[in-house]
Design a protein around this ligand. Structure first.
Ligand SMILES: Cc1cc2nc3c(=O)[nH]c(=O)nc-3n(C[C@H](O)[C@H](O)[C@H](O)COP(=O)(O)OP(=O)(O)OC[C@H]3O[C@@H](n4cnc5c(N)ncnc54)[C@H](O)[C@@H]3O)c2cc1C
Length: 390
């Protein structure tokens, strides 16, 4: 088994590192505290070939691998943690599901502006009463002539205050097979976007409301029966999510490592205290082991979609490691780590959210347990057995 990067991957990593140092280092702190989507960074990344890394060149992409996209997240986050969100947006998020299933006409219309960083797409999946139990979603579409009439609400959608286009999960009919998705443009009559609310990370999201919103039938991304396809593509999003968690954990670790190497208390550098040495050893173990799981899932997927199991294992491990390490980094840097003068506290807050977003750690463990026992564990209460007729 070879754990080394190929020469091509090493060159790519180096080119992204140089790009990040030249263009993203300067405003890294400011960017982290600005909830607006950094369109300027997206445009720079497009010029650098960091948008659509895994998409075919015919679609305006770069024709690279998922592993390349993970490398891009790592290198960008090591310099500017917030800009890793743009790598996510351009490669792993709803754009990837869109590119996988969109019609040629839909791609023609939206993919170019998305990859160029001119517009943002947001994913409307979660509803007030359908979080982990996503298939309980009730937002629905009813065919009416050449359009679908959409009714329902969505919550927590990343980038929703900035997005021009929304990939909305909904149901055309009852049951799992009734679920699919449509693309809804900002400004469509009957579609209202609420005032932004804030996550602990500083990111903003808006409630999305659809009230007899007429969506052209041409905007259907996946019709009834599309749910499984959507979730397969969503595993790419999960890998981007956990790659960022790990990369931000590593960013915090590096800052804390530098700090304890030079900061003196009791007349000696902090790193000379065994209590801190062991903390850093534990942090290194967590980062390195989670990274191997991430690389396995990404490299096995090559140019396709990653395995659900490998993704679940990688995401659970990286989300936990990213947060634990960033949290320990805050501790190791004392009040400075807890202060917004450094990005260490920011990394900790961001990592906390990824333990919930895109499949919480608990839901991933449910998925892993099914693999372990090779059987399905229904999360829903058992149905009452029909009473025998008297
Ligand atoms: C930073 C962030 C970004 C997000 N971005 C988006 C987005 O772009 N688009 C979008 O649609 N949504 C987004 N979400 C929402 C996210 O998908 C949901 O928060 C997630 O699915 C969990 O749903 P919930 O918050 O309703 O929690 P709930 O489902 O109510 O769960 C609450 C707690 O119970 C646990 N739990 C639930 N069921 C089980 C079970 N069967 N076994 C064990 N534990 C269980 C959960 O793990 C969790 O800890 C985002 C969330 C966050 C935090």
């Amino acid at each position: 088994m070879n754990f080394d990067f190929t020469d091509e991957q090493k060159l790519f990593a180096e080119s992204v590192r140089k790009f990040a140092l030249a263009h993203l280092a300067k405003d890294a702190l400011k960017r982290a505290h600005d909830p607006r989507f950094p369109f300027d960074v997206a445009k720079l990344m497009h010029a650098q070939g960091l948008m659509g890394i895994t998409l075919p060149e015919a679609d305006g992409g770069v024709g690279g691998t998922l592993m390349d996209a993970v490398i891009a997240i790592e290198q960008v986050a090591a310099v500017c943690p917030r800009s890793a969100d743009v790598v996510q947006f351009g490669n792993f998020g709803p754009i990837r599901t869109f590119a996988e299933y969109a019609t040629p006409a839909q791609k023609e219309r939206w993919l170019g502006p998305l990859l160029k960083g001119e517009m943002v797409i947001s994913l409307g999946m979660t509803e007030p009463d359908a979080g982990s139990a996503l298939t309980d979603l009730v937002t629905n579409a009813r065919r009416d002539g050449d359009a679908y009439v959409v009714n329902g609400s969505k919550v927590f959608s990343t980038f929703s205050p900035d997005a021009q286009i929304f990939l909305v999960y909904l149901r055309y009919g009852p049951g799992l097979d009734g679920i699919g998705s449509v693309l809804v443009e900002r400004g469509t009559p009957g579609f209202t976007i609420g005032a932004p609310s804030r996550f602990m990370s500083g990111e903003e999201w808006s409630e999305l409301h659809f009230e007899n919103c007429r969506v052209p039938a041409d905007n259907v991304l996946l019709g009834p029966g599309g749910f499984k396809k959507q979730i397969s593509a969503f595993n790419v999003e999960r890998l981007g999510n956990c790659a960022r968690a790990l990369a931000l954990g590593r960013y915090a670790y590096e800052r804390a490592r530098e700090y304890v190497s030079t900061r003196e208390q009791f007349g000696r550098p902090l790193c000379e205290f065994q209590g801190l040495q062991w903390k850093f050893a534990d942090m290194a173990i967590k980062l390195e082991s989670a990274q191997l799981l991430l690389y396995r899932a990404a490299s096995n997927a090559d140019r396709g979609l990653p395995s659900a199991y490998e993704t679940a294992v990688a995401k659970a491990a990286c989300n936990q490691a990213g947060f634990d390490v960033a949290n320990d980094a805050v501790q190791a840097m004392g009040a400075l780590g807890y202060s917004s003068e450094t990005l260490v506290e920011y990394c900790m807050r961001r990592c906390r959210g990824w333990m919930i977003a895109g499949g919480s750690i608990e839901m991933l463990k449910n998925r892993i347990a099914e693999h372990v026992f090779d059987r399905r564990f229904d999360q829903r209460p058992p149905r009452a057995k029909p009473q025998a007729a008297e």
